[in-house]
Design a protein around this ligand. Structure first.
Ligand SMILES: [Zn+2]
Length: 216
């Protein structure tokens, strides 16, 4: 049993989590997981906590062998044993799965990488992950934003261009919604890097993006 457990944990590849069960529904995998935490102290008084409840949260994770994956994290709710302690109960957290997130952190990063580095369309990546176009697009925006806002990322950028078509093709039913990728076209940098993704048609979006950053 211990061997099976560790094999499942290795397959999952999320430190501090183990797989409890894996099931398949209509070509998608569902992995029930929990943290390895079993001895937890109260953050207020440090007394050893008691298990109070378990509450599942569902998040999309990296696809596995071409199948979209949902991770069901069976979160523990802990209770402080001391009646006078103000902490009472609290729910465990993880940096790997943010509170109220619909994606694991690594899924968000991979969606951004597939669109920004591989040049995959948002629609194709959304299908791979089993999520809607909007969810995939906001993962690209949110995950990419921190990197785009990093001034070092824009250092040495001498030429920028736009990549509208990749995103235009990925737009859902409304043909009027456009987003534009701002691409680093500086010579000698190899393949074009995606610097940002902004709403709007290419020309006006590019002009306002450059204005905001004073690259000229
Ligand atoms: Zn306490």
């Amino acid at each position: 049993m211990e061997r099976e457990r560790s094999a499942a944990a290795v397959m999952l590849g999320m430190a501090g989590f183990v797989v409890l069960a894996v099931s398949e529904h209509e070509g998608e995998l569902e992995q029930a997981v929990e943290t390895t935490a079993d001895l937890v102290g109260c953050p207020t008084c440090a007394a050893v906590a008691e298990l109070h409840d378990r509450r599942p949260v569902w998040v999309r994770d990296l696809p596995s062998a071409g199948r979209p994956v949902t991770v069901v994290w069976i979160k523990r709710v802990w209770r402080c044993r001391h009646l006078l302690c103000p902490k009472r109960t609290w729910t465990e957290t993880s940096v790997l799965i943010a509170a109220r997130a619909s994606l694991t952190g690594r899924a968000r990063a991979e969606i951004c990488r597939r669109v920004g580095e591989d040049g995959a369309s948002v629609a194709a990546v959304a299908r791979e992950f089993g999520i809607g176009w909007r969810t995939a697009m906001s993962a690209v925006r949110e995950h990419g934003k921190a990197r785009v806002d990093d001034p070092v990322r824009l250092a040495g950028v001498a030429a920028v261009g736009v990549d509208e078509t990749a995103f235009q093709a990925a737009a859902p039913t409304r043909s009027t919604s456009f987003v534009t990728g701002i691409v680093d076209l500086t010579r000698g940098r190899g393949p074009a890097r995606l610097l940002d993704v902004v709403a709007g048609r290419s020309a006006s979006a590019l002009v306002s993006w450059v204005d905001e950053r004073d690259l000229s």
